[in-house]
Design a binder for this molecule. Structure first.
Ligand code: PMP
Length: 296
């Protein structure tokens, strides 16, 4: 996957610069210690033009993530949203994945950064996990300990165990890993939230060991509007194995159904599941084919 070429621009500290000219500080804490915060947004080409889905929520979370790790954040969300649209324009992108990253300058100490930089990049990216139903496995690698870290923050260093869990799953021939929290219950996939369907209700793990996904929240809002009950409940591996169906959700992956977990195949035809209805509604929502206020 090529994320940029010699014609690609990124937004860096107030300017649009060529990605190839941006350079990188090799003495920064972000590179050495994973001390950075980032976001992942999607822009969709809609009938009303290009629209970034839930841009305010994503930039608000970026600020909260920086606050959680004491990384200075001195930008205005509406300016960053405006710059994100401008970035799509200079790169001639109508739909794209957008990646803002806040990172620190030179400092090799294990102390909070005094200053920080922001860059925003964008590239065309299909659904992160593809469009086919997934084969997933439960991973031996757990989610980060919520007592050692603010796990609701989207912070660079936190993704090492996600990389290990998903690559381990892929090496075993699966598409993605389901990770447990330290409490031994299923938490989520490496970078998506999980919903299971059982007896016409959806269940999803509560937020204590789980990243508060904006797509997870959107799914809950869609369910409310459709009168589908969603229960936040700790789920065992057995609960997930014995569900009628299941799906993952996230900005990059969107909504994607699961075919099997640990070799156990769901018997329900995906097209007839609640997940499939939510998948269709989500697509309409991000493409602004239905009025948000009417369906939420
Ligand atoms: N979990 C983790 C660990 C994530 O990094 C993400 C975002 N990629 C998600 C879940 C999904 O969050 P969102 O719906 O806000 O993209």
């Amino acid at each position: 996957m090529q994320y940029y070429n010699q014609d690609t621009y990124i937004y860096l500290d107030g300017n649009f610069v060529k990605a190839t000219d941006a350079g990188i500080d090799l003495f920064g804490q972000s590179l050495h210690y994973g001390y950075g915060a980032f976001e992942g947004l999607r822009a969709y080409s809609t009938h009303h033009g290009t629209r970034i889905f839930k841009a305010e929520e994503h930039f608000a979370r970026l600020q909260r993530s920086c606050d959680a790790i004491d990384l200075p954040y001195h930008w205005n969300a509406s300016v960053l949203i405006e710059k994100s649209y401008a970035l799509l324009e200079v790169n001639n992108l109508r739909s794209a994945y957008i990646r803002p990253l806040v990172f620190s300058g030179s400092n090799m100490h294990l102390t909070s950064a005094k200053d920080a930089h922001i860059m925003i990049a964008a590239w065309e990216w299909g659904p992160y996990l593809g469009q086919n139903l997934l084969r997933v496995c439960t991973s031996k690698i757990q989610r980060p300990n919520p007592k050692s870290f603010r796990i609701e923050a989207k912070v660079s260093g936190q993704y090492i165990n996600a990389i290990l869990a998903s690559s381990d799953a892929i090496k075993q021939g699966f598409d993605e890993a389901l990770m447990l929290g330290q409490d031994g219950y299923i938490a989520q996939a490496s970078s998506e939230n999980l919903f299971i369907e059982k007896d016409f209700k959806l269940y999803t793990p509560p937020l204590d060991h789980v990243f508060p996904g904006i797509t997870r929240q959107t799914v809950m809002e869609l369910c409310k509007n459709l009168n589908i009950e969603v229960v936040e409940k700790k789920l065992t591996v057995q609960d997930v194995h014995e569900a009628n169906s299941a799906f993952l959700c996230g900005t990059a992956a969107e909504i994607i159904g699961i075919k099997e977990v640990d070799g156990i195949t769901y018997r329900e035809d995906w097209e007839h599941t609640i997940g499939a209805s939510i998948q269709r509604k989500y697509k309409k929502l991000v493409l602004e084919e239905e009025n948000y206020e009417v369906i939420i």
